[in-house]
Every structure is written in structure tokens, then in C-alpha cells.
Design a binder for this molecule. Structure first.
Ligand code: PLP
Length: 705
């Protein structure tokens, strides 16, 4: 059964429940102990257990079937892309991103941007889109969140065990671990290369934590988004310039680039420089690179756009710009913000200037982004600014609970047997109406129980170990009750997301939560960025409120939010609350994950919800634009809608104990959200909008040379 290792080292298992079950069947405790990480599990599994499976006819039968399907998947050259663009596989796209959210065993993400990238890779693999990806191996990517007894967040680092993670060493010709040197940086920085197989898509990871580097350079890839400006710049140099070097060393040809956010934008400088090595002049090289580059910008929050001082740029690019045949001023102008030229070198400006295609991640974010960057196109009217919008989507096989998928399949199958191959076909999803209310409701209650049991079990184990301070006994959800209306709020604790909005009027909230006949409970999860004290204060405030007896133990905070906790939450709560300060939520994807599982969105109209909300698939609330006391007005609107609509609908069960009105909304949520906010629709948009244009640019380039 050597194929088990092949399976374990390809994340294909992460979106195929039958493969996860195959691992689990080897030994359930070992699977749990590995925290659902098959590489770790196989490493730690006693040999007898493997041998036993080898002699188990049922196991072998399943193993053979799954291995055959896995191999067929990897070797298949068919799929949507091949049908749409026959003969075009040669134009491979290189995808650069500072983070990837693929699975909790790979701590290479901070939040939505990373999951968007991870879902993009998985979907490209399923659709046969030719993509190679580059990112970081963050050896201390997991900052485990602990909440002290006073509610203050602290973190403990867990160093990644590279041997127990689905990442493989990339080897050089001599069979040693491939190490490249990042060009044009003194003193030298070296990068070891690893690879994660995401189905058919290879993701190359850069790791500077090797003895060849000095201490400071070893830290470059230790954690996401270093706060120190120089460290951050060095990270981005390694990602862009080092990343480009890795692909070149591996002989990976690609003719187009997709930048996920501005952090990797230095990769474009290298593409220009290489063209100049072949005798092409700077201006022409820039045109060629623009014609084959798409840049996705993700946030209106200022801190999301890196700006480096000219001093730092001089220090690291002092010799580089002469390689580009331009002088210092011309070089610095590439990153100069048209409205704030004094600020320094702006990575988003660089990316916008060097890419021919740009997009924001929702329609509203498109408007906001065009307004933000209109200075770069001074002769155009704002609505003419060439920044499109492609709304994010989520990878359905990753985020739709497999039992929900099975339930739908049992009703879809007879009409649309291969419906999973066409998840963006809206008409198919109308079949959701044929699922009996009772079946969907019972399943939802099972998933809700699973979530609540998990939270309570965790709490119980902690309590047994006496790690617990009794004053905070209630804050982690020991009293959660599966029959109570449950609201979930989980995301990064960035200030603009206003996690504490619902606490604006404590008396009013108290009445809602502690209503004797129709109580409400709320589950929070999320980490504040290490250097974000304001985010930590918000978390602390919630924590301190949660332990007040008046709130009856109905407010729970789940520590250490990650992909696994996200899965439980988006499958198992009743309502998904989102209340960012508009228009700061560029898109938001967790609400999509909830919505496709029939968890109803209760959200401010911002980001994707402006497109997703249809009046029947959840709720929208919030003050009108321009409202002076926005927090108070939004909070009031939230209480109103809870009292008038959400709570009565939830508790309006009929004789058969099923809240039919609620289930109707759940169905509307699934069928309206799944086809329009799935990664299939999103990747089609990217490919159809940009791919043919980039192909003709690349063709024109080839003819010239
Ligand atoms: C989806 C996801 C996010 C992003 O959620 P938003 O609603 O876009 O903020 C963050 N963290 C985890 C673990 C996720 O799964």
C-alpha cells in the first residue's frame, strides 16, 4: 500500500471525504491524534496496524478504488479548461501569493486572502487550468492563540515539523535539497525549496530557515507579514525575486503571471529584467510584462498596502535599477503614489503599473478601488479606471459539508447526475426545493450538535487538566445548548470588522440573550494580529462580558481560530453574523461558506453580500451611508432585526417541531449562493476575462523575438 504515502502527500485528500475516511479507517485514534493530517499519521502509525490493513480485504478493495481514481485524476488532461481552450496548455500561469489557506496542517495563512488563494489552486486543479504557484513555508506560521484569565490574547509559537506535514523537499540534480540564492541581494540570502501538491497544481514554498543563512535571514520566512518594515521588505524581495528564481531554476516555463495582492510584485521587475537580458528595451519589456500580468487587489484598508521608505529601497535596490537600464528616479517613480508621492515606494502602485489587467474582489470593492487609485489614470473618468471586479468564490468540495452534499446528491442525481461538475449552473440548484424539510433540518441539527459537542469536549478536557481559572469557566462555551438559536462570528479580529458591535447596548443584548422562552447564544472565534493591540482590546472586552453571570454562559469564545474550527462553525451554527464598517470589507468569504451549508447570513450590506442578498436567503441590516453615529445605528438595526425577524422565525416550529419558514430560507440560501459564489464561477471569470488576452500578448511577444 505504498500508494497511501502518495495520497497523503497530495492535498487532494483534503477535498475528498472518501480519502479521509480511508485514512481514518486505518486507525481512528491515530487519525484523531494526528489532527487529521495523514502524513503525520502514517509517520507515527505502528507497523502492525499497516500490516493489518494490508490483510484486510475490505480495506484493500477501497484502497484500490481510491488509488485508481486518484491516478486518473492526476493524469486526466480533460476538463473545462481543455474544452474551452484546446491546445492552449502551453501558456502556463504563475500564481504568486504571500499566503495560502489550504488545510489546517499547513499554517501558511492569516485569513481570507489566503483561503481565496488556496481555493483558487484547488479549483484550477479540478478544472485543469495550467497553474504553478509560489509562496512561503512559514516555519512559525502557527501562532497559537491563548486567552489569559484577564481576556488578553497571548500567543505561543509552534514550530512546523516539516517531516510531519504534506510538503516535499524539492531536490537538485545531485539529489540534495534544492537551495537557490536570491539574486541581487547582499549579503546573500539563500532559499530552500519545498513543494505541496494541490491536486494537479504544484505549489512551491520558499524557506530561508537554513544554516547557510545568518540569523536575520533565517527569520525571513518564519512568520506571515513581519511588522518591522525592513524585515517585511526582505520578505517581499524573497517572495518576488527569489520566487521567480526558483521557477527559473526548476526550468518551469510560464508566460503569464497572476499576483494575489501586491506583496509579490517584485516578481514583475525580474520578468522585465530577464527580457532586457535578451536585448529588449525597458519600455517594450514593460509592455510585454503588462500584457501577460493580472493583479488582484484585496483591501481598501491602508495597512493592507505596503509602502517602503526610499532609504530602504536604496539599500536593497541600489544596484538593481541599473540592471533595468533606468535611473533611481525612474525606478522610484514605479512605486510612487500619484496623490502621496512623498510617502515612499508603494507595492500596490508598482503592481498596478506593471500589470495590464487589474481586478478588485467584489463589485462594490471595484467601485472603491477605482476611486482609491484613480490618480494613476488622471485622464480617465472614475468609472473608466481600468480596474474590474471579479467577486470571490469558495471551493465547494472544501467548504460544503460532505453530508449536506450527499443529501443534495440523493435528490439531484436523477435529474443531473454529474451536477458536481457544473456547480455554477444555477438551474440545477433549484432542485434543493425537492429536499424534504425534515431531512435538511435533521442534518443541520446533527451538524450543530457536532459543533457544540466539540466545543464542550475541548472545554472539559481543559478543565480536567486544571488549566482553567474558575472565574472564566463559562467563557469557552460549557453551557452551549444545541436547542438554542446560535449565532456565529468568526474571522480575524481586525478593527474594521467590529466584532464587539453587538455589545453596543448591553441591556438590550442581555434581554435578547436571556429571553426565557427564546434565548440566543453567540460563538466567537478569531485572532488579533500580534501587533494589533486594538484588536486584542476588542477580544478582551468580549471575553470580560462573556463571563458576566447576566449573560448566562450564552456567549462563548473559541480559542485559536483556524481552518478546522472554521469548518465546524460554518457547518454548524444557525446564523452567520457579519458587521464590518462599510466599505471596508472588500468581499468576505466566510459568509459564502456558511450560506452554502444553509447557515443563514445576517450581515451588513457590504462586500459580497451586496450581490448575494436577495431578500429571501438571509438578512441585511445597517444604517444608511453617511449616518453620523454609525456604530450605534448599526447595532440598533441589528437588535431590531434579531427581535423582529430572526428570533421569531427560528422559534416558530410547527407540530412536527420543524421551523418550516427557517428551512425554506436555508434552501434559498444554498441555491442562491452556491452557484454564484463558488470558486468554479470565479476561476471561469478569471480565465475567460484575461486568458485569451494574455495568450495573444504572449503570441505577439514570441513572434517579435
Ligand atoms: C474563510 C476564512 C477566513 C476569511 O473569512 P472572512 O469572512 O473573509 O473574514 C478567515 N479565516 C478562516 C480560518 C477562514 O476559513
Amino acid at each position: 500500500m505504498s500508494g497511501l504515502l502518495d495520497l497523503a502527500y497530495n492535498l487532494w485528500w483534503s477535498w475528498h471525504p472518501e480519502v479521509r475516511i480511508l485514512f481514518k479507517q486505518l486507525n481512528q485514534e491515530a487519525w484523531k491524534a494526528s489532527i487529521h493530517n495523514p502524513v503525520r499519521m502514517l509517520r507515527d502509525l505502528p507497523a502492525e496496524l499497516l500490516e493489518a490493513a494490508e490483510h484486510n480485504a475490505e480495506y484493500l478493495r477501497r484502497y484500490d478504488i481510491i488509488m485508481n481514481r486518484f491516478r486518473r485524476y492526476l493524469n486526466s488532461r480533460s476538463g473545462w479548461f481543455k474544452e474551452q481552450y484546446p491546445g492552449k496548455e502551453a501558456l502556463t500561469i504563475a500564481y504568486f501569493s504571500a499566503e495560502y489557506g489550504l488545510h489546517h496542517s499547513l499554517p501558511f495563512y492569516a485569513g481570507g486572502l489566503g483561503f481565496l488563494a488556496g481555493d483558487h489552486l484547488k479549483e484550477c486543479s479540478d478544472m485543469g487550468v495550467p497553474l504553478v504557484a509560489v509562496g512561503f513555508m512559514y516555519s512559525e506560521g502557527y501562532l497559537h492563540q491563548h486567552i489569559q484569565s484577564d481576556g488578553w490574547q497571548t500567543g505561543s509559537k509552534e514550530c512546523l515539523d516539516r517531516e510531519a506535514t504534506p510538503v516535499k523537499r524539492v531536490l537538485n540534480w545531485d539529489g540534495d535539497h534544492l537551495v537557490i540564492r536570491v539574486p541581487y541581494v547582499e549579503p546573500a540570502i539563500y532559499v530552500a525549496v519545498w513543494k505541496v501538491d494541490v491536486g494537479k497544481v504544484p505549489l512551491y514554498l520558499l524557506d530561508t530557515d537554513i544554516p547557510l543563512n545568518d540569523e536575520a535571514s533565517r527569520r525571513i520566512s518564519s512568520s506571515l507579514y513581519m511588522s518591522d518594515r525592513e524585515e517585511r521588505l526582505r520578505q517581499e524581495i524573497v517572495l518576488g525575486i527569489g520566487g521567480r528564481m526558483v521557477l527559473r531554476t526548476l526550468g518551469i516555463e510560464y508566460s503569464a503571471v497572476h499576483l494575489n495582492e501586491g506583496h509579490p510584485a517584485f516578481a514583475l521587475l525580474e520578468r522585465i529584467r530577464e527580457r532586457m537580458e535578451h536585448g529588449i528595451l525597458f519600455d517594450e519589456a514593460v509592455r510585454q510584462v503588462q500584457g501577460t500580468t493580472v493583479f488582484t487587489t484585496h483591501t481598501p484598508v491602508a495597512a493592507g498596502h505596503d509602502v517602503f521608505s526610499t532609504d530602504l529601497m536604496d539599500k536593497y535596490f541600489g544596484t538593481y535599477y541599473s540592471e533595468l537600464g533606468i535611473d533611481r528616479d525612474q525606478f522610484l517613480a514605479l512605486g510612487k503614489h500619484p496623490d502621496h508621492p512623498e510617502n515612499g515606494f508603494n507595492m500596490t502602485v508598482l503592481a498596478l503599473r506593471l500589470s495590464g489587467y487589474h481586478n478588485a474582489v467584489s463589485k462594490k470593492h471595484g467601485e472603491v478601488t477605482r476611486q482609491m487609485w484613480r490618480g494613476l489614470w488622471q485622464d480617465l473618468a472614475e468609472d473608466q479606471v481600468p480596474i474590474d471586479a471579479i467577486t470571490n468564490g469558495v471551493h465547494l468540495p472544501t467548504w460544503m459539508n460532505s453530508r449536506i452534499e450527499d443529501l443534495l446528491d440523493s435528490h439531484f442525481y436523477y435529474v443531473a447526475p454529474n451536477w458536481q461538475q457544473e456547480p455554477d449552473d444555477e438551474t440545477i440548484w433549484n432542485l434543493v426545493d425537492e429536499v424534504p424539510d425534515k431531512d435538511l433540518w435533521d442534518l443541520h441539527l446533527q451538524l450543530k450538535n457536532k459543533l457544540i459537542n466539540r466545543i464542550r469536549e475541548r472545554k472539559r478536557v481543559k478543565w480536567i487538566k486544571a488549566l482553567d481559572d474558575t472565574t472564566n469557566f463559562v467563557t469557552e462555551g460549557p453551557f452551549l445548548n444545541p436547542s438554542v438559536l446560535t449565532i456565529g462570528f468568526a474571522r480575524r479580529f481586525a478593527t474594521y470588522k467590529r466584532a464587539d458591535l453587538i455589545f453596543h447596548d448591553l441591556d438590550r443584548l442581555k434581554k435578547i440573550i436571556s429571553n426565557r422562552w427564546r434565548p440566543v447564544q453567540i460563538i466567537f472565534a478569531g485572532k488579533a494580529h500580534q501587533s494589533d493591540d486594538e484588536g486584542k482590546r476588542i477580544l478582551q472586552k468580549i471575553y470580560q462580558i462573556a463571563r458576566q453571570p447576566e449573560f448566562e454562559g450564552r456567549i462563548a469564545i473559541v480559542e485559536d481560530y483556524n481552518e478546522q474550527t472554521a469548518q465546524y462553525l460554518v457547518h454548524g451554527v444557525d446564523v452567520w453574523l457579519n458587521n464590518p464598517l462599510p466599505p471596508m470589507e472588500a468581499c468576505g468569504t466566510s459568509g459564502m461558506k456558511a450560506g452554502i451549508n444553509g447557515v443563514l447570513n445576517l450581515s451588513i450590506l457590504d462586500g459580497w453580500w451586496l450581490e448575494g442578498y436577495n431578500g429571501r436567503n438571509g438578512w441585511a441590516f445597517g444604517a444608511a451611508e453617511g449616518e453620523e453615529n454609525r456604530d450605534a445605528a448599526d447595532a440598533d438595526a441589528l437588535y431590531d432585526i434579531l427581535e423582529r425577524e430572526v428570533i421569531p422565525l427560528y422559534y416558530s416550529s410547527s407540530l412536527d417541531a420543524i421551523p418550516h419558514g427557517w428551512v425554506k430560507m436555508m434552501k434559498e440560501s444554498i441555491k442562491s449562493i452556491a452557484p454564484r459564489f463558488c470558486a468554479r464561477r470565479m476561476v471561469k471569470d478569471y480565465v475567460n476575462n484575461y486568458y485569451p488576452k494574455m495568450v495573444s500578448s504572449a503570441d505577439a511577444e514570441r513572434e517579435k523575438s
